[in-house]
Design a protein around this ligand. Structure first.
Ligand code: PEP
Ligand code: MN
Length: 352
């Protein structure tokens, strides 16, 4: 008798499971349709809807278990929507197959011929920047970097010359016909910076400063976005999406090393990020060999590796007198070392 009853219950359970499966499939299909119609879900409304449902719970499950159960169901049926959204990131190759080419006057970054970006870690004086610029001009390098707003680990370290530093960059760049890149750390300075520099750099420490990313998205000036110190490639791409989604499509990505346990280099140069980013995104990808290694002695092989992996450009720090530099003294090349470095990279034929 008991045996027969058990079999009946088992059958009933199987029937309910089949019905549940059908209902869940129907729910997922409807959620997918909604996903196609709406840009993004409204989490507050979703939560309210779920709470209304849980309030009706009269099952043997307690409220917490019911909430957990529904949480799982809702998450499972909303993931096709999320996957759909991810696929359509504007920075993704899935939404645009053609390479983005960022134009700096005559210079095309991402157009097939890699670019060399060089210059001091910090703008320290007119004389210092002019010396570097003259050397770059002579070497045939057309894009100069130099930090005026310096995000330093310690508040007691040199913080940069600020707007005054941007003015120096402009004056020197105009004299030598160079394009300039400089980091901006506050949304309030973005507009002003556009008067003085050609590319706004967003540094590793600010890769997820979302208000800064939004401000960078609101101007129409090329942005060089550095990978965060511990950022995954996915986070890096989403940070770029913040800028591109606000209409500024001129974004370049730059791998600058990530923090690992390795102490032989300042950071670990993630070479694999280059082909992955080139595959996943249409944006130009550069590699900063100075901040990734923190050394001067392995820059040629690292630059070659980056270019061989498909990088659209290299960034390196150069200072007339690195020993006296106000920041990153250990990693900056002097002018003679830079000339040797550049010749070494040119010799590889990888700069095109
Ligand atoms: C820089 O390029 O000046 C700099 C501070 O680098 P990062 O943001 O990569 O540390
Ligand atoms: Mn530096």
């Amino acid at each position: 008798m008991e045996q027969i009853h058990m079999e009946q219950l088992d059958e009933q359970l199987e029937r309910v499971d089949r019905q549940l499966l059908e209902l869940l499939s129907e729910r997922a299909r409807i959620a997918q349709q909604i996903g196609k119609l709406v840009e993004k879900s409204d989490p507050v409304r979703e939560k309210e809807k779920m709470e209304r449902l849980i309030a009706m719970n009269t099952s043997p499950y307690d409220q917490a278990t019911a909430r957990q159960l529904w949480g799982q169901i809702i998450q499972a049926s909303s993931s096709p929507r999320q996957a759909g959204r991810h696929k359509s990131l504007l920075v993704s190759r899935k939404s645009r197959n053609e390479d983005t080419v960022v134009k700096l006057g005559e210079i095309a970054v991402g157009g097939g011929k890699p670019v060399m970006v060089a210059g001091p870690c910090s703008v320290e004086s007119y004389k210092q920047v002019r010396e570097v610029a003259a050397a770059l001009k002579q070497a045939g390098v057309t894009v100069m970097r130099g930090g005026a707003f310096k995000p330093r680990t310690s508040p007691y370290e040199f913080q940069g010359l600020g707007i005054e530093g941007l003015k120096i960059l402009k004056e020197v760049a105009d004299e030598f016909g160079l394009k300039t890149i400089s980091e901006i750390v506050s949304p309030a300075h973005i507009e002003t910076a556009c008067q003085y520099i050609d590319v706004i750099q967003i540094g590793a420490r600010n890769m997820q400063n979302f208000e800064l990313l939004k401000a960078a998205g609101d101007v129409r000036v090329p942005i060089l976005l550095k990978r965060g110190i511990s950022a995954t490639i996915d986070e890096f791409m989403h940070a770029a999406e913040y800028i591109v989604s606000r209409g500024n499509r001129q974004v370049m990505l730059i791998e600058r090393g990530i923090r690992t346990y390795e102490k032989a280099t300042r950071n670990t140069l993630d070479i694999s990020a280059v082909p992955i980013l080139k595959q996943e995104s249409h944006l130009p990808v550069l590699v900063d060999v100075s901040h990734s290694t923190g050394r001067k002695d392995i820059l040629v092989p690292c630059a070659k590796a980056a270019l061989a992996a498909g990088a659209d450009g290299i960034m390196v720090e150069v200072h007339p007198n690195p020993a006296a530099a106000l920041s990153d003294a250990a990693q900056q090349l002097d002018i003679e070392q830079f000339n040797r470095f550049y010749a070494g990279v040119l010799q590889s034929g990888l700069l095109g």
